[in-house]
Design a binder for this molecule. Structure first.
Ligand code: SD4
Length: 332
């Protein structure tokens, strides 16, 4: 049975897998193995790590860094590639709508100074990540929502665009036939882009941009634009960002947790694994949703981990960009 079908069936029949101490003990051995794999030597900068198979965005960021652009410019412009790509139905233009058919965007950006800007529940503007940067740089605030965010974007020179493409509309109409108004979490592939970059100066920035959970309730905001949950950067330590079921990331303040775990001496890999563990131990329901984390530390070491298989990351280093499948918690 295909995994997605199984998961769907499991959720429909209410089957949950309890997280017993045996499972945790079994996985902690694997955790130690992957810990050894990932604790490495300091890397050459620049370096970029992004969620999912996002070669165009990651390469764009890497190339800008090679040219001497800041990590802030690189993550903004890298994320913009996904926002403009109608084929990516989890981000920006062509994103899947909420259950009423409205595409609403969440995004944030954070820089080496610990400055942060975000937009939440913004409609009709493609480049939410850039608007988030403008919030950070041109307003006394850190987060703008809904109509206010949209009006700020328009007054900053962004043009209004209908974000609902024909493909996303057709998929939404299909979903409505049997949806029962439940949001859909796609375990295998999300494509929300979270990106972390270190520039030639060794400075770290991050960005995260999404259209959120497909067919969510109107007004729903996920983790992606929320500082400490969907993204956190501390230029002395490193950065982390998330993809997947935002509610679970929000409840555990995942990205901040990862950065703090790195501050305590854990590798990015170990920190991502612990943040995932914090989610699954509280959720016997974890079979039914996916969360993936990526992290980078000041030395350029990277880590990534997810609850289920099929999570992957794109890494740009040494002038090449590669996609890597992530290790994951649920081996059953
Ligand atoms: C959210 N974390 O809105 C986002 C969804 C996501 O790929 O990552 N999708 O909950």
């Amino acid at each position: 049975m295909k995994r997605r079908k199984f998961l769907k069936r499991a959720s429909l029949t209410g089957i949950g897998v309890a997280v017993g101490s045996n499972l945790i003990a079994k996985n902690s051995k694997e955790h130690r193995q992957s810990e050894r794999l990932f604790s490495g030597v300091a890397k050459n900068f620049p370096i970029v790590i992004s969620t999912w198979n996002t070669p165009n965005a990651t390469l764009k960021a890497g190339e800008l860094l090679e040219e001497g652009y800041s990590s802030l410019d690189a993550v903004e412009q890298g994320c913009m590639i996904e926002e403009a790509d109608a084929k990516n139905q989890s981000v920006g233009y062509g994103g899947r709508p909420d259950r009423d058919g409205n595409v609403t965007l969440d995004a944030c950006i954070m820089d080496k100074n610990g400055d942060y800007g975000a937009v939440v529940y913004m409609q009709n503007i493609v480049h939410a990540i850039s608007v988030a940067r403008k919030v950070m740089e041109n307003t006394p605030h850190v987060m703008l929502a809904g109509k206010g965010a949209e009006e700020f974007a328009v007054s900053s020179g962004y043009k209004k665009t209908n974000l609902l493409t024909q493909a996303s509309k057709v998929a939404w109409e299909e979903w409505k036939k049997s949806a029962n108004y439940q949001p859909v979490i796609n375990i295998e592939n999300h494509d929300t882009i979270g990106m972390l970059a270190i520039d030639k100066n060794g400075d770290i920035s991050g960005g995260c941009t999404t259209s959120g959970l497909a067919y969510k309730m109107a007004g729903r905001v996920g983790d992606s634009p929320v500082i400490g949950s969907g993204l956190f950067i501390d230029n002395e330590i490193g950065g982390a960002t998330a993809t997947g079921m935002g509610e679970e990331v929000l409840k555990t303040v995942g990205s901040f947790l990862i950065v703090e775990l790195m501050r305590q001496g854990n590798s990015p890999q170990k920190a991502c694994e612990e943040a995932i563990r914090r989610i699954v131990v509280k959720n016997s329901n974890f079979e039914n949703f996916q969360v993936g984390y990526i992290a980078i530390n000041k030395k350029g070491e990277t880590g990534y981990y997810s609850i289920h298989e099929y999570f992957s990351v794109s890494i740009y280093e040494n002038k090449t960009c590669k996609n890597h499948l992530s290790d994951f918690y649920n081996k059953n």
